[in-house]
Design a protein around this ligand. Structure first.
Ligand code: ADP
Length: 395
């Protein structure tokens, strides 16, 4: 008998969902609600290899969940078979360090935290309320992107600014993509046949958003994202690390207010900012191959930043067993991986070109037999990780 768990990932204008049978860890159905509150709103629902679509106006998350319910009722499987619902919540602040059954008090606490992630947490709360209405009889569980990094030591999470101000406003490093870093590092240990407590890893989650973490014996000791998902690596449209003095400078010199600077750094920077709006790595390589100097520089900056982080994490960990690539770029882009690992030759890290193939659907070792560190591609699966955590909480 399948034991279905529904996992939901609510963004400001979208809802991604999957129904996962936790017994077999297979996807029973998946779907996407797009353009909530916008023209062209629609739902696509995939089940049994077929793709179905509903096109109609969707004004809010409550209507989105009503359509998801209708999609399940029309094309299956039976939504009411779900034993629990897992909700992705981006920011858990200092309050939530692990998956949590959602009660009214939890919703209240999440509402208090909304200021920490104004783009991400309010849609998650709206999604939770709507899903509770649609599926009132089952437990709903919040899974936090920040939770895996709650193990960071004070020296790693403290920013060197006025302590009182920082405490008052909850300013510290939290880290994001935690569900992925946790899943990928656990999968890596399992794939290598090692107890997670015995290996040290550097995990590179390179998607449109990108982050890197240093994990000692299964416990995160540092990560590149911070109070917000803006710092660290160069991303599709986010700058990653930048001199904080740029804020005041742009205000003075370019007359930009904080909203304009925030938009610049989150939406029009990173690879897109450097390569004339291109943020997808397939398009970036096409430009590089055609001789575009801006695109080449964007790639160089991207790799340079990764080398800086990997170097510092090698130093932090002291001994590193595994360097792991995951997410859209990490799993598919063998040229990025090759370029990066070339730069680590001084540490004795090598990649075997025969093993470093694009489009890795399964965990694969790509390092040479002589490499001092095992380099791997391990596909992430945040939905499965959420389903597992949801199931653990309700048992
Ligand atoms: P997110 O979840 O952060 O939106 P993903 O992890 O799905 O992102 O990664 C999306 C990115 O992965 C795309 O923007 C693109 O740059 C990159 N990507 C996807 N497929 C490929 C590919 N075949 N080759 C190179 N890059 C790819």
């Amino acid at each position: 008998m399948p034991v279905p768990i529904l996992v939901l990932n609510c963004g400001s204008s979208s809802v991604k969902y999957q129904m996962i049978d936790i017994e077999t860890e297979t996807t029973m159905a998946s779907g996407l609600v797009e353009k909530i509150g916008l023209d062209g709103a629609n739902v696509t629902h995939k089940v049994d290899g077929a793709k179905h679509r509903i096109d109609e106006p969707i004004h809010d998350h409550s209507e989105a969940l009503a359509l998801v319910t209708r999609a399940f009722a029309t094309w299956g499987p039976n939504l009411s078979d779900a034993v629990a619902v897992g909700h992705r919540v981006v920011h858990g602040g200092q309050t939530f360090r692990e998956p949590t059954i959602i009660t009214d008090a939890v919703i209240e606490a999440l509402t208090q935290l909304a200021g920490l992630a104004p783009l991400h947490n309010p849609p998650a709360i709206a999604g939770i309320k709507a899903a509770q209405q649609a599926l009132p009889g089952v437990p709903h569980v919040a899974i936090f992107d920040t939770a895996f990094f709650s193990t960071l030591a004070p020296e790693a999470y403290t920013y060197a600014i006025d302590r009182e101000l920082a405490q008052k406003h909850h300013i510290r490093k939290y880290g994001f993509h935690g569900t992925s870093h946790a899943y990928v590092s656990a999968t890596t240990a399992q794939f290598l046949g090692r107890d997670p407590q015995t290996i040290n890893q550097i995990v590179c989650h390179l998607g449109n958003g990108a982050s890197i973490s240093a994990i000692r014996g299964g416990v995160a000791i540092d990560t590149s994202m911070g109070l917000t998902p803006l710092p660290g690596l160069v991303m599709g449209t986010r700058s990653g690390d930048i001199d904080p003095g740029v804020f005041a400078y742009l205000q003075r010199e370019a007359g930009m207010d904080s909203v304009a600077v925030d938009t610049l750094l989150n939406k029009h920077s990173g690879i897109a900012g450097l390569a004339d709006g291109t943020s997808d790595f397939r398009d970036l390589w096409a430009k590089i191959d055609a001789g575009d100097a801006d695109a080449s520089l964007a790639m160089d900056v991207y790799i340079h930043r990764l080398v800086l982080y990997i170097g510092s994490y090698l130093a932090l960990l002291g001994h590193t067993d595994a360097l792991v690539f995951t997410a859209g770029v990490g799993e598919n882009d063998n040229r990025v991986r090759a370029r990066l690992v070339e730069r680590l030759a001084g540490f004795g890290v090598t990649v075997d070109p025969e093993r470093n193939t694009p489009h890795n659907q399964v965990s694969t070792i790509i390092s040479g037999d002589d490499s001092t560190i095992t380099v791997l591609v391990v596909p992430t699966n945040e939905e499965l990780a959420m389903a597992r955590q949801t199931y653990q909480v309700i048992h």
